[in-house]
Design a protein around this ligand. Structure first.
Ligand code: NI
Length: 141
């Protein structure tokens, strides 16, 4: 008996039951600050991106956001959170979770290769008005 999946929910289409190589995926990305989905787990997406320079201040009202640095040095600045303004530094092999509702601004010192984990549908520049840095979400690579 065969089970049919629609394309969107097929395990292969969601990056499941296969080896996913972060470096190989990231090498396919042209340009910076262009998150690309490589897999889904339930309603969460794993996105890779190349970063360089400063991003824009933004926040996500409805979800936390996880940053895992694969290569390079990423600074994340915070303002308005319960623990006050500040910043952290993430290097290869390090991660941080940005709580929902906290304004943040990633700043890559040199090139950073990043893995993001967040629910499907999150816009990279957060809530509110779009900017020249806003890209369509749910773009797979
Ligand atoms: Ni964000």
């Amino acid at each position: 008996m065969s089970v049919s999946f629609n394309t969107r929910n097929a395990p292969a289409a969601r990056g499941q039951c296969q080896t996913i190589d972060f470096a190989g995926k990231i090498a396919l990305i042209e340009g910076y600050w262009q998150p690309r989905v490589v897999a889904e787990m339930n309603d969460y997406q794993f996105k890779v991106a190349r970063l360089e320079g400063e991003f824009v201040w933004h926040e996500h009202a409805d979800t936390d956001e996880t940053f895992i640095v694969l290569d390079g040095e990423l600074h994340i600045h915070f303002r308005g959170g319960a623990s006050g303004d500040g910043s952290i530094v993430l290097r290869a092999g390090q991660m941080a979770v940005v709580p929902k509702g906290v304004q943040h601004k990633p700043h890559a010192h040199g090139e950073v290769k990043l893995l993001l984990i967040e629910p499907r549908g999150v816009v990279n520049t957060g809530d509110g008005a779009t900017s020249e840095r806003t890209v369509a979400n749910d773009q797979w690579i």
